[in-house]
Design a protein. Structure first.
Length: 110
């Protein structure tokens, strides 16, 4: 894997963006994280992690002009970049490799 290793929360956010599709924003990401993990996700934590992912080049963002019509606030929408997809793919391969052969040991401890 590359120099920038994904943290668990960053990994979950990237997977949520993949599930939701491009041009999503913080609120749907928070709801997706909570639905899929069963744990509460703080919007501020998601926002901070998105900024970190953008600095790493794994997501891109832009202001959604359409959301600013009739007094509504403009939203910052995010999309996963090709580098983000590659990083997720590499991370998945590494995790699958680490899990290979461990199931038997887990079952033996039950």
């Amino acid at each position: 894997m590359g120099r920038d290793v994904l943290g668990g929360f960053e990994h979950q956010i990237l997977l949520s963006i993949l599930r939701l599709g491009d041009d999503t924003y913080t609120v749907p990401i928070v709801l997706e994280l909570e639905a899929q993990t069963g744990r509460e996700a703080a919007p501020a934590a998601v926002y901070i992690a998105l900024r970190r992912l953008e600095k790493k080049g794994l997501v891109s963002s832009r202001l959604d002009e359409a959301a600013g019509t009739r007094g509504a606030r403009k939203r910052r929408v995010v999309s996963i970049t090709p580098a983000g997809v590659d990083t997720l793919s590499e991370s998945r391969k590494a995790l699958v490799t680490l899990w290979d052969g461990v199931e038997e040991r887990l079952d033996a401890t039950k």
